[in-house]
Ligand binder design. Structure first.
Ligand code: SAM
Length: 254
């Protein structure tokens, strides 16, 4: 029988530790386990188009960890309550729950099969700090216990910036951060996003580039990726987010 060579994950471990230096071997194993479950389930139900073993590590797991670059002094060393909106197969929410076991992570997703997959991840990996919820941001943002009650709100690949901010910012407490990994030419999105952030009680969006040390080590991430960060300076006006498809069809800030 042909022997299989164990995969060399050194590049991944080194890159992950650039983003979260405190990572332990057990957490690296959890990332590898999450990848194995994703690749397996993706053969039966369509969860993601990024389905090569190496690119799941780079474009899903490391890209999710890059949200940690947006932490500021106030929240980098303390326990956080994080909401990830439109988390799909668990990105970035469940990756961040693995990386920061002292955080409480709520992973919100509007597609039932993806929520079921996330439940499997949470149960199999024993992520006692994570829960997944089936629902929509524009509904839950108006409910007590949700609105204004998270210190970090993330969303990746969910919508252009103005729509994404309308769905995210109402969940943020004052001083909290909305964090959105983005890539490509963002000029138009940013101009409109800046006006939307202001309407929603946020400061001017900041752009955080990925460090050269990371993109040199992981060429998959050297495709104009940045992290957008918006600090919440006032409560979002009660009428936001607007219901249904309005935030998509008539985005704020136009
Ligand atoms: N964030 C994941 C990632 O980066 O791999 C998934 C991205 S996927 C392209 C967008 C996801 O957002 C979909 O799974 C969709 O069901 C979810 N979604 C879109 N609008 C939403 C909303 N208003 N509330 C909750 N989930 C939403």
């Amino acid at each position: 029988m042909e022997a299989t060579t164990p995969e060399d994950l050194t590049w991944f471990v080194e890159a992950a530790k650039l983003l979260e230096p405190a990572l332990m071997e057990g957490q690296i194993q959890q990332f590898a386990h999450m990848r194995a479950l994703l690749l397996d389930w993706n053969e039966r139900i369509n969860l993601t188009t990024i389905a090569e073993p190496q690119t799941v590590l780079s474009k899903h797991i490391l890209d999710s960890l890059s949200c940690l670059l947006a932490l500021d002094e106030a929240n980098s060393h303390t326990s956080q309550r994080l909401l990830d909106i439109g988390s799909g197969a668990g990105f970035p929410g469940l990756v961040l729950a693995i990386a920061r076991p002292d955080w409480q992570v709520v992973s919100l997703e509007a597609t039932a099969k993806k929520v079921r997959f996330q439940e499997l991840i949470i149960e199999t990996l024993g992520l006692s700090n994570a829960t997944t919820v089936y629902g929509r941001a524009e509904v839950l943002a108006h409910e007590a216990g949700w609105r204004g009650s998270f210190s970090i709100v993330t969303a990746r690949a969910v919508a252009p910036l103005p729509t994404l901010l309308e769905w995210c910012q109402p969940f943020s407490r004052i001083g909290g951060l909305t964090i959105a990994p983005k890539k490509g030419n963002l000029a138009d999105e940013l101009a409109q996003g800046e006006r939307a952030a202001n309407v929603l009680g946020g400061a001017v969006p900041e752009i955080i580039p990925l460090p050269n040390e990371l993109t040199a080590k992981v060429p998959d991430l050297a495709d104009e990726r940045v992290i957008i960060r918006v600090k919440q300076v006032a409560p979002a006006p009660p009428r936001y987010p607007r219901s249904g498809a309005t935030p998509v069809k008539s985005p704020l800030g136009r």
